[in-house]
Design a protein around this ligand. Structure first.
Ligand SMILES: Nc1ncnc2c1ncn2[C@@H]1O[C@H](COP(=O)(O)OP(=O)(O)O)[C@@H](O)[C@H]1O
Ligand SMILES: [Mg+2]
Length: 377
């Protein structure tokens, strides 16, 4: 059967950079079983510190002029061009050999509730298509939102194809800046939602206190102890009690939120390492509280995203979920840092083929729909 090559390019709430995967897809029906997707190249291009700071400013509502927004939109697009071109050369492919690349873009604001619901991803797709010579599919979230959905999380639709098992309960945890889970129970509808932060608060604290962008393998957190009062205060966050569908981002979980929690629990003077340990525990608790009810008898939990590289987090998560076999998605054949980019390659393919990409049972949209739009070279 003919193999068609699609790309996926992802930059998430961590604001760490752009992951690009080029993959061969086989099959006429949009089928995505592990037999018919093969990764040909994966390239990760970090954001320069200055660009990361610009994006952070926009995410946190810093006053912004339109020329400024235009320049950041272009700078992100150029990073995507660089990453996609690097992936083409790593795979030894010419642009014309790739049908399309699914470009997530950079979320700068996500407001899924209230009278004015919107989500905004930037990184001009026209610049990316022209700059790489590969057609681009982009703007994946907004049709789902126009249909009453949250526009997020989208990855569960891919998890559903790749990880579902006929007789075993499985959950996929995508631990990027924000954490989302996908619940896959035999014979039942898939559901999924953002559980809260994965790394966004830990990264923020680590950067503020050590100058390092993240806590490598969780070693710093390992050296601290959990501050029970701070953890209890964080766990009172109303978002955690909302029913799904739900999604969140940096608009809610940011350093001021953490500061309010440390003040509210009288932990302003706690040791930095103890706050770090507590933040890691907050992610463990919010994730395990979401996973445990999926199946009272337990199951398999596959972890992807940067959280899978955090050894101490993985250990604490396994301790919190004794009935669950906690492992990296590598155990099912995809490296944890490639899952989301492959998902966007598969979404691009579905759009090109005119197939729906969203899962209304996850996002809350009124119906399945074709996601995004195609930008020609
Ligand atoms: N070696 C590591 N140890 C601990 N955390 C890591 C490691 N590598 C990556 N991470 C975490 O993963 C994050 C990036 O994860 P990613 O899945 O790319 O998130 P996003 O989709 O939000 O961009 C980093 O910001 C960091 O917090
Ligand atoms: Mg990332």
């Amino acid at each position: 059967m003919a193999v068609e090559i699609y790309g996926g390019a992802m930059s998430g709430t961590s604001l760490d950079g752009v992951d690009v995967v080029l993959a061969g897809f086989e099959g006429a029906d949009g089928g995505l079983s592990d037999a018919n997707v093969k990764v040909l190249a994966h390239v990760y291009t970090p954001y320069p510190v200055a660009l990361r700071e610009e994006i952070l400013g926009i995410c946190h509502g810093q006053p912004l002029t339109l020329p400024h927004l235009g320049v950041v939109d272009l700078a992100i697009a150029r990073k995507y061009v660089e990453a996609i071109r690097a992936a083409l050369s790593a795979a030894g492919l010419t642009p014309s050999e790739v049908k399309a690349v699914g470009v997530h873009g950079q979320t700068v604001y996500h407001q899924p509730l209230g009278p004015d619901r919107f989500t905004m991803q930037i990184g001009d797709p026209n610049t990316i298509a022209v700059g790489t010579g590969v057609p681009v599919v982009a703007d994946f979230r907004r049709r789902d939102m126009a249909l009453g959905g949250q526009g997020a999380p989208l990855a569960p639709a891919f998890h559903d194809h790749w990880f579902r098992h006929a007789s075993r309960t499985r959950v996929v945890l995508n631990g990027g800046g924000i954490a989302n889970i996908t619940a896959l129970r035999p014979g039942q509808d898939t559901y999924g939602f953002d559980t809260g932060p994965a790394n966004v608060l830990m990264d923020g604290w680590c950067t503020a206190k050590t100058g390092r962008p993240y806590d490598d393998k969780g070693q710093w957190a390992r050296s601290g102890k959990v501050l029970d009062r701070l953890l209890a205060t964080m766990l009172q966050e109303p978002y955690l009690k909302l029913p799904h569908p739900k999604s969140t981002g940096r608009e809610l979980f940011h350093m001021q939120w953490l500061q309010a929690c440390t003040t509210g629990s009288a932990c302003q003077h706690a040791a930095d390492a103890d706050v770090m340990r507590t933040l890691l525990e907050f992610t463990v608790r919010t994730v395990s509280d979401a996973v445990a009810p999926v199946d009272a008898t337990g199951g398999e939990l596959f972890v992807c995203g940067g959280a899978a590289m955090n050894d101490f987090f993985m250990q604490c998560l396994a301790d919190a979920l004794p009935q669950w076999a906690v492992q990296s998605t590598a155990a099912r054949g995809i490296a944890p840092d490639q899952v989301e980019a492959i998902a966007f390659a598969s979404f691009a393919r579905r759009t090109v083929l005119g197939l729906p990409g969203n899962l209304p049972s996850v996002t809350g949209a009124s119906r399945p729909c074709v996601l995004g739009a195609l930008y020609a070279v």
